[in-house]
Design a protein around this ligand. Structure first.
Ligand SMILES: Nc1ncnc2c1ncn2[C@@H]1O[C@H](COP(=O)(O)OP(=O)(O)OP(=O)(O)O)[C@@H](O)[C@H]1O
Ligand SMILES: [Mg+2]
Length: 276
């Protein structure tokens, strides 16, 4: 997303009504979209009758071409956006009835522009977990392939600044991921969380995201379909509707849609490899 489109997005988000919250506590970390329709402008429907189920444990992926509505689903799951019709619920309770604080204490959302603060590496970790230990920080940094870099470049007391010479975009993104991993949430949403990250680190991160899903509700959105092949369930979207869902193996057996996108991407990647 470029600056202009990001700006436009923020402006039109500001136009959204303030979401209502309540006082209830979600009973579990399962999330559900039931027959959800959504429009940003009250006219064009960006999501149409979307049903999705994200169980308490497991890796669920949402894929589809740019603009099909994936990040809008994330907006609805965080409660920042509310459906025009249908319901979004957490632990069986509609989001609007939940305490926002209680819900957000269970939820981590990591996107390609997740924020890192201008403080030390340790300072960033402490914002996520007050009493974080050195060992916990190191384990999290290993999971995002950043441990060596931090060890060799000033350790936990290294200041992170906006200055690009200090830390690269991909490293910042990996640090943001590590910080979210120590936060010990019940629900993790990764929306293009590895988009600026080198292939080698991405492979390490995706393996750790998969292991995380053994005990957490993990939702992954990635343009690179290879990343979501191990998902327990994949929702394939087209123009605001869920066109099909299943495992990678199941979706590959269906004609068109997911299998066409996957095959085209594979051919492109193989083509690049041959040219190199
Ligand atoms: N804040 C907004 N205001 C108005 N329209 C929006 C806004 N955000 C997204 N849209 C529109 O809603 C549709 C779905 O957008 P969304 O960001 O959910 O797609 P996406 O699948 O996440 O795309 P990408 O893969 O490029 O991230 C698009 O047509 C987009 O232009
Ligand atoms: Mg998106």
């Amino acid at each position: 997303m470029n600056g202009a489109s990001a700006g436009k997005k923020i402006l039109s988000m500001l136009g959204q009504p303030d979401p209502v919250w309540g006082g209830e506590i979600p009973d579990n970390a399962g999330l559900q979209l039931d027959n959800v329709t959504f429009s940003y402008d009250g006219g064009r429907e960006v999501l149409k009758s979307v049903c999705m189920d994200f169980p308490q444990r497991g890796m669920t992926a949402i894929v589809g071409e740019s603009g099909c509505g994936k990040s809008t689903v994330v907006g609805l799951l965080t409660g920042a956006l509310r459906p025009a019709s249908g319901t979004v619920s957490a632990g069986g309770k509609e989001l609007g009835s939940l305490s926002r604080e209680a819900y957000y204490s269970k939820l981590a959302v990591v996107s390609c522009n997740t924020y890192i603060f201008n403080t030390t590496v340790r300072g960033n970790f402490r914002l996520a977990k007050k009493d974080v230990t050195d060992e916990e920080m190191m384990t999290a940094l290993e999971k995002v392939n950043l441990a060596d870099f931090i060890r060799e470049n000033g350790g936990f007391d290294r200041e992170i600044t906006e200055d690009a010479a200090n830390i690269s975009g991909g490293q910042k993104q990996r640090l943001a991921l590590a910080v979210n991993l120590v936060a010990d949430k019940d629900i993790y949403i990764f929306d293009e969380a590895t988009s600026n990250i080198d292939i080698e680190s991405e492979a390490v991160i995706m393996q750790n995201i998969k292991s995380l899903s053994a005990s957490k509700n993990v939702i992954v959105i990635s343009h690179r379909l290879e990343n979501i092949v191990p998902a327990d369930l994949i929702y394939y979207m087209e123009n605001g509707v869920v066109r099909s869902h299943g495992t990678h193996g199941e979706l590959m057996k269906l004609p068109g849609g997911y299998s066409t996108l996957y095959t085209a991407q594979k051919e492109l990647e193989n083509g690049y490899t041959e040219v190199e």
